[in-house]
Design a protein. Structure first.
Length: 298
């Protein structure tokens, strides 16, 4: 049995291949077979004492079941330490019961994964009232990495106008917007957002004059329906921003929405590869590899 190996769900094979290259580990794709009645058969490769499983958890329901099955097979095959790398972590938004009878999905998923893995590594988890990622995964190690180092490196490589102002769509974005602005030596600002529903928001800025005749860089952790990004871009246009570009950690939106972003004044939109998407332009393999060195004794 080898000491360490990387295995992945099929949907994450491309990203896992880059990470395996960074870590100089063999990569095996976990085989999934769906029976006519919808049930899954999961087949893992030969176990290693230390196994890292890569699975981004967008479109998560089948993946969560596949991970449970894979962990059982790996443990039975001899894996002693099992680590999940989930660059996008699902079901984090529901961290409380907002209405009678609602399930707290964050708690359920946290306990489910903690029962399968010894460590979970994710990126920019969508935490609200939860103080840190450790609260999500009781009894195991957990790391919530920042995508900002990778985003900053990509922006430096591409070049940017030093007059650019980094903009967050709401108060929750302040920590990562401030971090990115500091890394790049740029000013930053955060909008005030009022949510009217799943797909309707209102956005305004305390000091709109700040954006007059300046490029703006919109930064968000997750874009799904795109409503917040579009509304924020429209507010920036109204405030006189010369250009508007957008960077997103987790791109969950349908690719058909991209023309709507352009219509709203967004010149370009780039995302990390936490979720496979046509807008992927920023790779996270170095950030993830740095966090995983101890798993392979490097």
């Amino acid at each position: 049995m080898s000491n360490a190996v990387l295995q992945c769900l099929p949907a994450s094979a491309r990203e896992a291949r880059r990470l395996a290259g960074r870590l100089a580990l063999p990569l095996h794709e976990i085989a999934l077979h769906r029976f006519p009645d919808g049930e899954l058969r999961v087949t893992v490769a030969s176990a290693a004492a230390n196994t890292i499983v890569y699975a981004s958890l967008n479109q998560p329901n089948d993946k969560l079941l596949a991970l449970q099955f894979a962990s059982e097979a790996l443990r039975r095959g001899g894996t002693k330490r099992l680590v999940l790398v989930a660059p996008y972590l699902c079901y984090m938004r529901q961290d409380a019961a907002f209405h009678a009878g609602e399930a707290i999905s964050q708690k359920v998923i946290g306990h489910l994964l903690a029962g399968c893995f010894d460590r979970v590594v994710t990126v920019d988890a969508h935490l609200h009232r939860t103080k840190n990622i450790g609260e999500v995964f009781p009894g195991i190690e957990a790391d919530d990495l920042s995508a900002m180092p990778a985003i900053a490196a990509a922006l430096r490589a591409a070049g940017f106008d030093p007059a650019t102002i980094v903009v967050g769509p709401d108060e929750e974005s302040r920590p990562w917007v401030g971090d990115l602005a500091t890394r790049l030596g740029l000013d930053h600002a955060v909008a005030r957002k009022t949510r009217r529903g799943d797909r309707s928001v209102a956005v305004d800025f305390p000091n709109p004059a700040l954006f007059a005749s300046r490029p703006a860089l919109l930064v968000d952790d997750i874009v799904s329906s795109g409503g917040t990004l579009i509304t924020c871009a429209q507010a920036l246009q109204a405030a006189g921003a010369t250009t508007i570009d957008a960077v997103v950690t987790h791109a969950l939106f349908a690719s058909e929405l991209v023309p709507r972003f352009f219509d709203a004044g967004i010149r370009s939109i780039k995302s990390t590869d936490s979720v496979p998407h046509p807008t992927n332009a920023i790779m996270l393999d170095q950030v993830l590899a740095d966090a995983l060195r101890k798993e392979i004794g490097a």
